[in-house]
Design a binder for this molecule. Structure first.
Ligand code: NAG
Ligand code: NAG
Length: 376
């Protein structure tokens, strides 16, 4: 069957060279599916010698950097800088070694445009080996998996990521989409699923199991949509944190819809430092189902940092529609803890029904729709 498909592809290549499908197979550039030869140099070589010279259209799927079925060891980091209009297609399994000296991000796309990273393969991070007994301090610079840095119109899908030593997917740029994929990691910190910033990014139909951020928005963001998200053992779907020391914050026009969160350290959080400066506004959460979520709904201007309330971060127009399920018995269902100088305003709740919690708590916040919140 495969040879038939390849035969047809060859025919198509002969017939219509302009839209030809070109496959740059890493096996032809030094890769060996022996799970011990480093895949890194072969990726770089196949990219520079085969992909770059042959990209002639803006259809990403016309030129594949192809990792075929088989087991590959990725022992060094790879950066695709100024990458445009091609497809990293991972059909095989990629394993990270345990190497305490390995640091940075395993696969980085930088200044990129119209890149598709897809499966059906998987990357196995072996993160547990970098964190014996859950110790995050032994290898603090342990590697991350995938980063799109200053990238627009990119897509990541159908690749399964297992247990990165650190964060899994970071996307910075505009109009990028992550969808139909799973991240499955240890239940410890610093294992973020999707960290998103930029304008008009979109995450949909993904599931994340880990011990930290599920699908999270970082600053700056203008326009972000998340839909049909499942988070297990995570720290929830959050906005922030933003960093310490007067970090400028600008997050607006964010919508999450249809999210299921279970056994988590938090449900929905906006987490800021007290000396952040700027704006978080027009944020909407629709149709969340929570079970055993600590801090189901939590906005904090004091999540971390030195605690001095400079009052320079404004959080306004945050709407929660249909947030149902269970919290944990020692924490409030809704906890809003905002700046004295710039209270949280227009925090609106419709259909919030959370059980197994203590009473809501509000400090410097106003809005409507739940018991105890003062009107603005
Ligand atoms: C490949 O090597 C990695 C790292 O040494 C190891 O964890 C993994 O189990 C190996 N995979 C297979 C299929 O042998
Ligand atoms: C709030 O965000 C939504 C979703 O991005 C957008 O459609 C709407 O226009 C925004 N509202 C305002 C007042 O900017």
């Amino acid at each position: 069957m495969l040879s038939l498909i390849l035969g047809l592809a060859t025919l198509a290549l002969t017939a219509t060279p302009v839209t030809a499908f070109i496959e740059c197979n890493v096996l032809n550039y030094g890769a060996v599916a022996d799970n011990s030869t480093d895949l890194g140099p072969a990726l770089t070589k196949a990219w520079t010698q085969c992909v770059i010279p042959q990209v002639t259209t803006t259809v990403a799927t016309n030129v594949l950097l192809y990792v075929p079925a088989g087991n590959f060891l990725l022992a060094s980091t790879v950066t695709f800088d100024d990458a445009a209009n091609w497809n990293l297609h991972i059909a095989g399994n990629i394993y990270l070694p345990y190497n305490p000296a390995l640091t940075g991000t395993m696969l980085t796309f930088e200044n990129c445009q119209n890149i598709l990273l897809n499966g059906p393969g998987a990357i196995f991070g072996n993160g547990y080996r970098y964190r014996p007994g859950g110790d995050l301090t032994l290898n603090p610079s342990r590697p991350r998996l995938i980063r799109f840095q200053n990238c627009n119109n990119c897509e990541i899908t159908a690749v399964t990521l297992y247990d990165s030593p650190q964060f899994h997917v970071t996307i910075i740029g505009n109009n990028n989409v992550a969808h139909d994929m799973a991240i499955i990691a240890s239940h410890v910190g610093e294992t973020d699923g999707f960290d998103m910033s930029g304008n008009n990014n979109y995450v949909h139909d993904v599931s994340v199991e880990n011990g930290d951020e599920c699908v999270t928005v970082k600053t700056p963001t203008n326009g972000f949509v998340a839909e049909r998200i499942t988070c297990k053992w995570t720290a929830g779907c959050n906005i922030g944190s933003f960093g310490d020391d007067n970090t400028a914050v600008n997050v607006q026009n964010v919508v999450y819809t249809d999210v299921t969160i279970s056994n988590s350290d938090a449900g929905i959080m906006i987490k800021a430092y007290p000396d952040n400066i700027g704006t978080v506004t027009n944020i909407t959460y629709n149709d969340f189902t929570l079970s055993a979520a600590a801090y189901p709904i939590y906005i904090s201007a004091f999540w971390a940092g030195n605690g001095v309330d400079t009052g320079k971060l404004s959080i306004t127009d945050v709407t929660f529609n249909s947030i149902v399920g269970t919290g944990t018995p020692t924490r409030p269902a809704v906890l809003l803890d905002c700046n004295a100088a710039t209270p949280c305003k227009n925090i609106v709740f419709n259909g919030v029904s959370l059980t197994n919690t203590i009473s809501n708590k509000f400090t410097n916040a106003c809005g409507s729709g739940v018991t105890g919140i003062p009107a603005c």
